[in-house]
Write a new protein. Structure first.
Length: 554
């Protein structure tokens, strides 16, 4: 203590000596200037983006101002935009576009003819299991039932519970059934949403508001694996939250829990784990993440959008799996998509909480609006009652036994394909598939060449990056007789072709994807992505103007 006091006295003498020739006004100005300078330095060093990232972005920004480089980038952007548009137009198979309302309404027959033509566009045999994920079941009897159900409930809207109480009852029943599937207690609760992205966003919104209003956190942060779904990044952008991405173990592709713990700060409002993650299909160690949640008193969200309606039935199917749901102390919320392995129509998912105190922060409530007290549980105000009814009907259609049988088939097929792929020396499987996703890579050739070859054989797989890989998401269609064997046979044959010249470069559409990974300025890749999204909305004025009036015979 005496030494500290001595240091303070010496510092005081030094400062007084330094400024002994300055008057009081000058000393005040120097003090204010020093404080402002320190605040300026702090604002530069401590921002949402790291100093390294900002310097890198500044360097790219300055580089893009070099005329030759700027012209090259602009040329490539325009070329990419044009290529995307032309590619999308080709996918539409030369069909004319409706760009104006017809003068007279079309007949029901003509409308259905046009609908059928539009639905038959595309060359992938998704209904025969040639596609990774996307469509998880193609049961014509179920489709017929759901068409009837949706038609009967298409006009309903749970925004008006007094007018459509039955729709609200069905939503409440869907939530309760799902909460029970995931071992929720008597306090567990939640809502339906329009899909996994909204479910994830709602959890992030709930935890942000809970952190701000209940814990006094001003700048909420979420800590998650870098394999977690981009819906969390979207939520962070929408809700002004900071994301801390945690690396995964390169061998297991599961999150590094020690790195996650080091990333927790006083501003952490939620921890995230995936069951499974989308890229590799591996399951993060939820028990360890939940232990961190308990230790630091931070909510833990389990993203089970992709595999939730498989893992929920693994106990009944007597299949081993790591604990992941509300049975794990510390897990406070789960997102699971009913429209994936729940086999409900697209546009339905659930977000579940262990307690209502979290759910209440998901709600949006505005009591002072002149139109009346307004409250809504999710992003949307009006919601499609038909989707709720169709989701409810799907759960009733399958029942526990139906879902258990489906889970057995899918997980058995996943294991069969995984074992078959592991027998091929030229490729490897990432980690240990936890449910239905099998990711593969290669040390002998560029894996995108295999993807391109399989695409020519009719297979549509998902590309991965950092590192390069491809994955197959096994669905109920892949369990049909011969589909898994056909896939393995095609992989073997394509590997044999690739290995004739293993060092060749990637060509075709996958070359563009591979090139995008090598571009250090990710904002340019972002622009290419925007051009691709633009192409989805491309239209052309029809050359046959009579088509606008619904009279064309083409």
């Amino acid at each position: 203590m005496e030494k500290i006091q001595e240091y303070i006295r010496n510092a005081r003498v030094f400062i007084n000596t330094l400024f002994e020739e300055n008057d009081a006004f000058e000393i005040a100005l120097i003090s204010v200037g020093t404080v402002l300078l320190l605040f300026g330095i702090k604002s530069i060093l401590f921002q949402e983006e790291s100093l390294k990232t900002r310097l890198k972005n500044l360097a790219f920004c300055l580089a893009r101002k070099i005329p030759a480089l700027s012209m090259k980038i602009d040329f490539e952007k325009k070329k990419a935009a044009r290529d995307f548009q032309e590619s999308m137009i080709r996918l539409h198979e030369g069909r004319p576009y409706m760009t104006h309302l017809p003068k007279k309404g079309w007949s029901s027959k003509k409308i259905m003819q046009e609908i059928e033509i539009n639905l038959k566009m595309g060359h992938y045999k998704w209904d025969e299991g040639f596609v990774s994920g996307c469509v998880y079941n193609f049961d014509k009897n179920l489709i017929s039932l759901l068409t009837e159900v949706y038609g009967a409930a298409s006009y309903t809207n749970p925004l008006h519970p007094d007018i459509f109480p039955g729709v609200c009852k069905m939503e409440a029943e869907v939530v309760r059934m799902c909460a029970n599937l995931f071992h929720g207690g008597s306090e567990s609760c939640g809502t339906m949403t329009s899909g996994g992205t909204e479910s994830i966003m709602m959890a992030c919104k709930a935890y942000r508001d809970y952190a701000v209003e209940e814990r006094g956190i001003k700048r909420p942060e979420m800590v998650m694996p870098n394999t977690a779904h981009p819906a969390f990044d979207k939520a962070a952008a929408y809700f002004k939250m900071k994301i801390i991405h945690v690396p995964v173990d390169p061998e297991t592709t599961r999150v590094d829990v020690k790195a996650m713990e080091k990333s927790i700060t006083k501003n952490t409002c939620m921890l995230v784990g995936s069951v499974p993650n989308f890229p590799y299909g591996t399951i993060d160690p939820i028990e360890e993440i939940a232990a961190l949640g308990r230790k630091y008193k931070v909510p833990v969200h389990v993203d089970s959008c992709l595999g939730g309606f498989l893992t929920a039935f693994m106990d009944e199917a007597k299949l081993p799996h790591p604990p992941f749901d509300f049975a794990v102390p510390g897990v406070t919320s789960i997102s699971a998509d009913t429209h994936k392995y729940g086999f409900a129509p697209k546009g339905s998912s659930v977000v579940l909480y262990s307690e209502k105190k979290y759910l209440h922060h998901q709600y949006s409530v505005f009591p002072d609006w002149p139109g009346g007290v307004y409250g809504s549980p999710t992003v949307n105000g009006s919601r499609a009652g038909g989707i709720i009814a169709a989701c409810w009907a799907t759960l009733m259609y399958f029942g526990l036994e139906g879902y258990v049988n489906a889970a057995k088939k899918i997980l058995k097929t996943t294991k069969y394909i995984t074992e078959g792929l592991r027998k091929m020396d030229e490729i490897f499987v990432f980690g240990e598939p936890g449910t239905s996703v099998i990711a593969i890579g290669s040390d002998d050739f560029h894996i995108y060449r295999l993807s391109e070859g399989l695409s020519k054989r009719g297979w549509n797989l998902n590309p991965l990056q950092f590192p390069c890989g491809i994955h197959l998401c096994v669905t109920l269609m892949h369990t049909a007789k011969g589909v898994a064997d056909k896939f393995l046979q095609d992989v073997r044959e394509e590997i044999a072709i690739v290995m004739k010249s293993p060092k060749d470069e990637v060509c075709g559409k996958m070359a563009i994807y591979g090139m995008a990974q090598s571009i250090p300025d990710r904002s340019v890749v972002g622009d290419f992505t925007r051009f691709f999204l633009d192409s989805m909305y491309i239209t052309k004025e029809p050359e046959d103007k009579s088509y606008v009036n619904g009279q064309s015979k083409k």
